[in-house]
Design a protein around this ligand. Structure first.
Ligand SMILES: [Mg+2]
Length: 100
């Protein structure tokens, strides 16, 4: 993941796009790309959307991930560690029902 983040930053910097990639702009970009992902499912069933646009859906999911990696990098967040910590919180917040 670190290698991918570096590749993304290199791509960005080679094009001079780094100047406005602050946390706010990157958070907005995550949301916009998530909307582009969602657009594929508008007015159709999930099954039909996937059948018709699976590659385009994968591209939009990648856009979300690419911006999220940059967002995490700016804030110094280790996404794997953050997700593991959040799953621990989820486990405590939503315990399995007790079996009699
Ligand atoms: Mg996109």
């Amino acid at each position: 993941m670190k290698e991918l983040t570096e590749e993304i930053k290199r791509f960005r910097d080679e094009r001079g796009w780094g100047g406005n990639h602050d946390a706010r702009s990157l958070a907005i970009s995550v949301s916009l790309e998530a909307s582009e992902l969602l657009e594929h499912f508008q007015w159709v069933t999930a099954e039909d959307a996937i059948k018709k646009d699976k590659q385009a859906i994968a591209d939009e999911a990648a856009d979300v991930f690419i911006y999220l990696l940059q967002f995490a990098d700016v804030l110094g967040i280790d996404l794997i560690e953050a997700a593991q910590q959040k799953m621990k919180k989820n486990t405590l917040k939503y315990p399995l029902p007790e079996v009699d």
